[in-house]
Structures are given as structure tokens and as C-alpha cells.
Design a protein around this ligand. Sequence first.
Ligand code: G4P
Ligand code: MG
Length: 152
Amino acid sequence: MKKVNYSYDKITQLIKDNAHKINNYNPDYIIAIGGGGLIPARLIRNYVKKPLYVVTLSLYDDDKIKDTVEIIQWIDNDLSEKKIMIVDEVDDTRKTLDFCIKRFKLINNAKNIGIFVLQNKIKEKLGQLDDDIKYISCENVQDDWIVYPWDL
Ligand code: G4P
Ligand code: MG
């Protein structure tokens, strides 16, 4: 798979250029999906002054296929009256994101959900986003392997 390297400068610029879209959505909370969403969410907070929460998920291998989502940490806030913006680094298969959205609805009673990702990979997705979900991606990219500065 072709690799594409991203620098911190490139990432911070993408966030700087797109943070106004989050402010326009005006969420009550930013929720990072760890680990990939942690650094983007922290950088977003330079421009979006909202409380930052974290949930952590991991995809693990079942029969050598990464197909089971493991919850490392979740929050127990009632989000029924809150607007949330979920932050992750990449929308790849959408499996993790889809799982996350379903769980925020089920466990936290979330009704107003937005998604922010740095890169959306142009490919067939495993999960589908409902129409009522606000979706922001900084850029649409080919299905290459992105090497983030925090991967190095
Ligand atoms: P999605 O819902 O966000 O599309 O995620 P998906 O389940 O498809 O992604 C599986 C894992 O692969 C995720 O890591 C995701 O961050 C990672 N991933 C997918 N494409 C790339 C890429 O191009 N570059 C890098 N560096 N990672 C990619 P995870 O299980 O959530 O682990 P973590 O790193 O967030 O802890
Ligand atoms: Mg992740």
C-alpha cells in the first residue's frame, strides 16, 4: 500500500483552516476517540473552547481480521441535552466511527452528534452515517496508508 507522510505543520494547518466549521456547529463538548483522535482534538481546542472528553476504542484481530471493537474507556455522561463533536484522525472503513455513534446514542442518549476527521478516505464504507449527523472532514483522500507524525 502506498504511504503518504503527514507533518505536524500540515496537520495543524488543516485544523486551523477547518476549526471554524466546528465553531459554526457549536458543540457543547468535544469528544476525542483515542488513540488516533487525541492529538487532533487537543489541537482543535486551540480554536474551539469547549470541554474535551475522551473515549478509547481499539479494533482487535479475530481470526487475523481486525473486526472486533474493544472498549478501553467510555464516559457515562447523559448527553441527551448536549451537542457533541466526535473527533478522530481518519474515516477509513468507518467501522469504529459507526460503533461509536451507536454507543453514544445507546449509552449516553446522545441526539445531536457531529463527526470531525482530518482525512476521509474515498472508499466503500462499512458503516453508514444517518442524515442527522453533522459530518466534517478536512480533506478527502485516496485510499493510501497515511503516516501521521505521531506514528513515527
Ligand atoms: P474508522 O471507523 O475511523 O474508519 O476506523 P477503522 O475502524 O476503519 O480503522 C481501523 C484502525 O486503523 C483505526 O485505528 C484507524 O485509526 C486506523 N487507520 C486506518 N487508516 C489509517 C491510515 O491511513 N493511517 C493510520 N496511521 N491509521 C489508519 P484504531 O484501532 O482506532 O487505533 P488507534 O491508533 O486510534 O488507537
Ligand atoms: Mg482510532
